[in-house]
Design a binder for this molecule. Sequence first.
Ligand code: SOE
Length: 403
Amino acid sequence: MTIDDAPRLGVGMVGHAFMGTAPSQAWGVAPRFFDLPLRPELTVLGGRSAERTAEAARTLGWADVETDWTRLVTRDDVDLVDVVTPGDSHAEIAVAALEAGKHVLCEKPLANSVAEAELMAAAARRASAAGVRAMVGFTYRRVPAVALAAHLVAEGRIGAVRQVRAQYLQDWIADPEAPLSWRLDKAKAGSGSLGDIGAHIVDLVQFITGEAVTGVSALLETFVTERPVADGFAGLSGTAGAGRGPVTVDDAAIFLARLSGGGIGTFEATRFAWGRKNAIRLEINGTTGSLAFDFEDMNVLQLFDATEPAREAGYRRILVTEPDHPYVAAWWPAGHGLGYEHAFTHQVVDLVRALAAGEQPTPSFDDGLAVQRVLDAVERSAAAESRWTTVAGSPAETPEEES
Ligand code: SOE
């Protein structure tokens, strides 16, 4: 069967700023490189401004536009809704789409609060009874080196996990004169570096280790509390004009954590690490070895095997570009490397295959809720002078421990 014979999957995407571009490309590219059981069609793009949405649709390859997302999620020619809006609208759009019988792929973090994430997870559970599926877009799981790390841990290659070191380092607002954006507005984004990038490393650690973060002790800091409002930008709550406006989210988040398997971890998410552009750095120490990854060298996974004789042992630099590595066979010859956008394509591939097989794609909305609960525990801990805080719903939660 060629992709042209495969049943059509009409996709509607709500939102089209930066977070719409890579997913749009992924929906178009996935069937050209992977055998897919369904044929995704870029049916309709949703956005508030008719003009800007039409322009984005032309550039990104969408056939039609809607300026009202409530119409988009109920269209007969839409089977799946991809939600790439800021977090404050995820719950409303995703729940409406699921209730209209549409599969949903929703950007991370799942929501701006645990309450919203719980609503979404409940809607996803109800929908799944009718074969309607929901997935949250923690895309970095689909970087081949990250997927390989998860396989190696599951195969026992580094033994039991003892320590994790997880960092997500960026510098795009390290300059105090960098302008405000919706990502710096609590009402729109829920939180700052914590939810935007900290959510990724929480998900990655839980994904790679197969364990849950059960408790945290945290610090949140906002270094720059006011920033210039860029010309024509009126998107922030309480910010309508020129001049300066408030930053209402954290600039950096640091926390200690316990894992359900008995291991411990340190997490750091910051937008103030000058020189680090998109450094997702993970180091996992097990009882018989270690793994290390840095997204700024994303085709490489480092493995240290402590069972090798000490005089020969050393970190091995695995170039994760062999056909045997996850997802790689569909792409270029060994050594040619993949980029940021490929993980979005892999996300589409795994999602479409799960839909066709009638299976739950991962990460599910329940997985997204679990991450949200960690973020919430971090915020509660930081607000209470870093007090140790148990993650709700985690294996460590007991009635006695609740405070
Ligand atoms: C901005 O910090 C951002 O685009 C995040 O929102 C994404 O989730 C991350 O992948 C890259 O950085």
